[in-house]
Design a protein around this ligand. Structure first.
Ligand code: LLP
Length: 426
């Protein structure tokens, strides 16, 4: 459920007509609904109610790290899952307490680990044994102890797109689950480290709860084994990954179904449970608003050329992802068309042979479900502007990320003095 609806034939975000945002801010532009963010945050939390009070929610900010969005989610009581110094800085800037931040990521640098220790980050998810030893040294040298979990790779196929699957043995993430007990034996005694937990995250846009269940069961057996070996385990991080519907008719498990599965599997674990949801919170809270530039005749179907491109929304080009396309003011007619952006490669295609609202040049349209992994993955490829972001709240809105003009990017580039001045043409 989201707050993008038609009123009097025109698509609104909450009480704001999208046409007004297009007029005042320009296109392409990401538009987010505060009410949808809040609702998703609450629905996810409610889904875990059966688990009781030992639940901690760390929003995976990579999905949508806009600082205004983080403020909304902090207000809903969410901490943050971060994967870089930059994300850590954002979470702190949004007012999320360091103790509610989880530091994940397979390539945390020594400098990032040190910064995390200095800030008092609440949980480090270790990706390899050496990282644990280095973190212990860094914390010990400062007279501190870093709380950590060991991320294990349970070797479960999450059944999602290969590029966003993380829990198979050949993926770069986590340590092989069968090696975890020996690593615990070596790392747990180190001064500077409180290694008291296990983490796992098997992939994103997951549609099949049985895969997650299998991964969690393996983690449960590991917890038992570790306790049997005398280790204290107080916390398990179950990661993120719950998928969202992108297409009408997509059947995805609800947070309540997910919560029921987790309650069943984790019964008797006696641990604090950490969750790192990203897409399920942000996905349906945003659209990418765009204007049709041309409708160009094609061999089979016409090409609807919009002013948004793969640099603004990379998911279709990267993962063949589907984003529903809808006119802001549909006229009731439908056509079959291809939808593409202006970037100079055929990969810059959002859809082929899709039935959509009939649109003409100058019309506004949206790509739906673009609130997660949208603006944050944007680039300036083809020297295009960096796409701006707008947050709506009831009948008001604010530009929460400026459009960064191609000229501003150009101004940050330098021609070294040893290159001779350009010759005048002709
Ligand atoms: N925790 C960890 C350790 C992660 O790596 C991720 C996502 C999450 C939590 C959040 O997962 P979510 O709940 O959002 O599924 N760019 C891709 C998705 C990449 C996901 C990376 N990791 C896409 O557009 O589909």
């Amino acid at each position: 459920m989201n707050h993008f609806d038609y009123r009097d034939g025109a698509l609104h975000c909450e009480d704001v007509p999208l046409a007004r945002i297009a007029e005042e801010v320009g296109t392409p532009v990401y538009v987010y609904s505060t009410a949808t963010f809040r609702r998703h945050a609450q629905v996810f939390r409610d889904g875990l109610k059966a688990l009781g009070a030992r639940v901690h929610l760390a929003y995976a900010i990579k999905a949508n790290p806009n600082v205004a969005v983080l403020r909304v989610l902090a207000d809903e009581g969410y901490g943050a899952d971060v994967v870089s110094g930059g994300e850590m800085a954002r979470a702190l800037a949004a007012g999320i307490p360091a103790r509610d931040i989880v530091f994940s990521g397979v390539g945390k640098t020594r400098a990032e680990l040190a910064r995390g220790v200095d800030e008092g980050i609440g949980q480090f998810n270790l990706e390899l044994e050496e990282e644990g030893a280095v973190l212990a040294q860094i914390a010990h040298a400062r007279g501190k102890r870093a709380r950590a979990t060991l991320r294990v790779n349970p070797d479960v196929d999450a059944g999602t797109h290969a590029k966003i699957s993380t829990g198979r043995a050949e993926n770069k993430f986590g340590v092989p689950i069968d090696q975890a007990p020996a690593m615990f034996d070596r790392l747990a005694p180190l001064d500077g480290l409180d290694l008291t937990g296990v983490a796992c995250h098997i992939g994103s846009q997951l549609a099949d709860l049985s895969r997650l269940e299998e991964a969690y069961r393996r983690v449960g057996r590991l917890v038992e084994e570790l306790r049997g070996a005398g280790h204290t385990i107080t916390r398990v991080d179950l990661g993120g990954g719950l998928g969202v519907p992108y297409k009408q008719g997509d059947a995805l498990p609800s947070p309540a179904e997910y919560g029921a599965m987790v309650a069943r599997v984790t019964e008797g674990w006696d641990v604090d449970l950490m969750f790192e949801p990203g897409r399920v919170i942000a996905g349906n809270a945003g659209v990418l608003l765009t204007e049709v530039v041309w409708v160009k005749p094609g061999v089979t179907n016409p090409y609807v050329i919009v002013d948004a491109a793969m640099n603004d929304l990379a998911r279709p080009a990267l993962y063949d992802a589907w984003h529903d396309f809808a006119a802001v003011r549909p006229n009731g007619e439908r056509i079959t068309a291809n939808i593409a952006g202006p970037v100079c490669e055929s990969g810059d295609t959002f859809a082929m042979g899709r039935e959509i609202d009939r649109v003409a040049s100058g019309d506004l349209a949206v790509f739906r479900t673009a609130g997660a992994y949208g603006a944050t993955m944007a680039s300036t490829y083809n020297s295009r502007d960096l796409v701006p972001e707008v947050l709506v709240d009831g009948d008001r809105y604010a530009v929460v990320a400026d459009r960064i003009a191609a000229e501003t990017i150009l101004a940050a580039e330098r021609v070294p003095e040893w290159l001779t001045p350009a010759k005048a043409a002709g």
